[in-house]
Design a protein around this ligand. Sequence first.
Ligand code: ATP
Ligand code: MG
Length: 416
Amino acid sequence: MIYNQILVRFGDLTLKGKNQKVFLKTLYKLFSQKMAGLNVDIDYLFDRIFIHLNDEDVNKVIERLNLVSGISSYSLVLKCSNDLEDIKIKSKELMDEVVKTKVTFKVNTRKRFKDYPMHSMDVTKAVSGYVLKNNQNLVVDVHNPEVELNIEIREDGAYLFNTHIRAMGGYPVGVAGKGLLMLSGGIDSPVAGYLAMKQGVEIECIHFESTPLTSIESAQKVVDLVKKLAKYAPNNKINVHMVPFKELHMALLDNVPESYNITIMRRMMYRIATKLAIKKDCLCLINGESVGQVASQTLGSINTINSVTNYPILRPLCTYDKIDIIELSKKIDCYDLSIKPFEDCCTVYVPKAPATAPKKHLAEKYEEAFDYEKMVDWCVENTNSITISKDSDLDFTFEGLEVREVIKTLKEQKRC
Ligand code: ATP
Ligand code: MG
């Protein structure tokens, strides 16, 4: 491969104003965490990062790059000295490598080294003249070229590149503070978590588990999904809070009319999640709701469910349609896990006719039938927390045990 470096950009820093320092500090730290273990050298500059590829596999490096939120784009670079003769020769070599059929092309030069003895226009002319003469496939088109050769002249050399590839974008995860992701085993919530992290929000996860009403495999599925999300997280780790939801779940199934099961179950989830978020210093809740997708996600339902909390709730997917969500789910490698057919608490005892426009006053009335407040507090107090890293080998599938017992056993064995 002809390239020897990767030039990494992080968007327009002037937009980040006073937060520039925090942005850069968080980004550099995240970046070095994701590159750990690769045979590369990294230069952290104010407006760019340069990766020296050494002999490392470029695809591996790019795979890691795509885990860093806050990076807007990158280019594969051939670096040479900033001597004009060297720039000409290397530019030709690069074009010979890249161009195999007739294409239109243009050279752009940018001087980032003020004392360089030539004007950028003159470099452009000299290089394009030389390359055109020596590569019969190239035809100049300065307005709409198919290939652009960019030359960035810096004090330590010239950087030649012909691609501009979009990266994850957003902000380095952590700069926006922390949120609590309501994570089911479905397709949507992991994607919502990914998008929140991309926007700079560090996440902890809350999962409501009703083992043994639901299978232990459904809890394992959540662990496996968190491992996928942890690749994007600071330190490659995410805290997960498993809420023992079975008792409350059964109480509400016994006490409220079937058509309001889901509405009231979700009101309970919001109550517990809000209390836990406060306890864990999370500034918002995040979930995978998408307007209209199912009965509990009509605007009427969202209104009645949301009214139990005044905590901010981010719904990154609220306007996404399922096709877009699935595409993202595949991109973050969660899809095959998410579609595994284990039941979670939203899928056991699904009412035949769930209310699509549940009324707040009716939900409140039905909730009076049982002492849910105590149970909500009990759930918060008895939540089992674990930390899951991207390489975790946690196996939850102890036959016949509930999640709380599994976690207790794993903790005794110092495995989580
Ligand atoms: P998902 O694909 O994320 O499961 P969904 O389309 O199946 O979403 P619901 O089951 O109504 O929709 O859940 C809506 C959101 O509520 C989920 O995206 C998730 O954020 C949260 N949620 C649902 N069930 C649970 C659970 N057992 N634990 C934690 N959060 C949950
Ligand atoms: Mg679901």
